[in-house]
Design a binder for this molecule. Sequence first.
Ligand SMILES: Nc1ncnc2c1ncn2[C@@H]1O[C@H](COP(=O)(O)OP(=O)(O)OP(=O)(O)O)[C@@H](O)[C@H]1O
Ligand SMILES: [Mg+2]
Length: 215
Amino acid sequence: MTAKVIVITNQKGGCGKTTITMNLSGAFGKDAKTLVVDGDPQGSTTRWAASSSDENPFPCSVMSLANLDGKVNREIKKYIDDYEYIFIDCPPAIDNRFTASALLVANLAIVPVVPSPTDLWSAIGIQNLINSALDFNENLQTRLLANMCQPNTSISREALELIGEFDFDKFETDIYQRTAYRQAAAFGGTVLDLDNAKAKEEITALKQEIIKILN
Ligand SMILES: Nc1ncnc2c1ncn2[C@@H]1O[C@H](COP(=O)(O)OP(=O)(O)OP(=O)(O)O)[C@@H](O)[C@H]1O
Ligand SMILES: [Mg+2]
């Protein structure tokens, strides 16, 4: 077993890194041994998992490595044979050595973006960081993920044009703004445990896309 490492990053705060990390890792963790690495000193993924009930514990191990900074790549390598998937939730900062280090051992970088011009402008910075990692890690693939899309509204032409200017493709699956995502955080689970067919569908579709990219 050699883990596939998936890094969720964007220096922009509040774009959904932790929400995407936990819903995906929870979806993968149902049928594969999965580790979540908390890279945020605020410990959001750790708290998320701690909010789950004893009857329905979060289905992944969660470990905080935020203090390791630029050494996190070294630490991740120690766990690579023990898991099938390792998800790393990054902090919202570009000068952070943690993110640069995590990208060195990543197979896939997911960049959640809110598809509005201002959010996309501030996401451009992450592109340089990912491109620098590519010099050392030629296996690294990257996808943008549109998050908090507005229900019944398609992504605006301006936003799509800006997305097209990035060096990376966007996932076909978009994630919409739904209360289910906030509820999932509140009970320490994923939308797969909730009664929201559309949220379940989009997380399942995203999981399938990721499996395809990683194979
Ligand atoms: N698809 C969604 N639908 C509804 N709410 C969402 C969605 N994605 C994220 N949110 C909400 O937006 C807020 C920010 O999300 P989250 O904490 O996941 O972002 P983040 O990028 O990890 O933030 P930070 O940069 O502070 O780490 C949270 O309240 C979360 O519940
Ligand atoms: Mg976060």
